[in-house]
Design a protein around this ligand. Structure first.
Ligand SMILES: NC(=O)c1ccc[n+]([C@@H]2O[C@H](COP(=O)([O-])OP(=O)(O)OC[C@H]3O[C@@H](n4cnc5c(N)ncnc54)[C@H](OP(=O)(O)O)[C@@H]3O)[C@@H](O)[C@H]2O)c1
Length: 167
């Protein structure tokens, strides 16, 4: 079975990604800091018929992340898709405020082009909206299941280095 590792998996996007990739016969390795959260998430996905297992790690601790991904590889045999979206709060960057730390899109373009030569697709999704099914009136919002569908489309089409939502 192909496997997706969702790093920074939680009840919003993480759960929806687990559902859509699981529906397409992927096994799902869930990574976040809390074992309890991971157990709840894996149990929720199991109710949708998805084989999912949690591997606790803090992305701020590279050794723990490496250990978690190695454990996931040992459990599922392989990792085909790596998704990285730990929730660290809402951040907005305006053009006049660009600094080295927020140059991610430029780096992403280079990564995308470099890895394409090796048959690896790298894409980034910039979400300028709340991820929620129940956003307050007047807030730009995207439902987690709709967002996960965009990820699946990027994964299958493999063309776009960056997707900005809402369009
Ligand atoms: N929610 C929004 O409205 C919104 C809007 C725009 C963009 N985004 C971005 O979209 C992505 C998905 O957001 P979401 O709210 O749907 O998230 P989610 O998939 O519901 O959950 C993300 C998970 O990240 C985990 N996490 C946080 N810090 C971590 C760390 N240091 N190491 C490992 N795991 C960590 C948390 O679990 P633990 O506590 O168990 O570690 C959390 O449950 C995030 O990158 C977020 O920044 C969110």
């Amino acid at each position: 079975m192909p496997t997706i590792a969702i790093v920074g998996a939680g009840p919003g996007l993480g759960s929806s990604l687990g559902k859509i990739f699981g529906r397409h016969s992927y096994d799902v390795a869930l990574v976040s800091r809390s074992k309890d959260n991971l157990a709840t998430l894996a149990a929720g996905l199991a109710e949708h018929g998805v084989i999912a297992e949690g591997f606790a790690a803090d992305v701020a601790d590279p050794a723990s992340l490496t250990a978690a991904l190695e454990a996931a590889t040992a459990r599922f045999g392989r990792i085909d898709v790596l998704e990285f979206s730990p929730y660290v709060g809402l951040v907005q960057v305006f053009p006049a405020e660009v600094i080295v730390d927020n140059l991610a899109p430029a780096i992403q373009e280079i990564l995308h082009n470099t890895l394409a030569d090796q048959g690896i697709y790298a894409g980034v999704v910039a979400v300028n909206a709340m991820i929620s099914d129940n956003a307050p009136d007047g807030y730009p919002a995207i439902a987690p299941d709709s967002l996960a569908q965009h990820y699946w489309d990027l994964h299958t089409q493999r063309g776009q280095a960056e997707l900005v939502l809402p369009a």
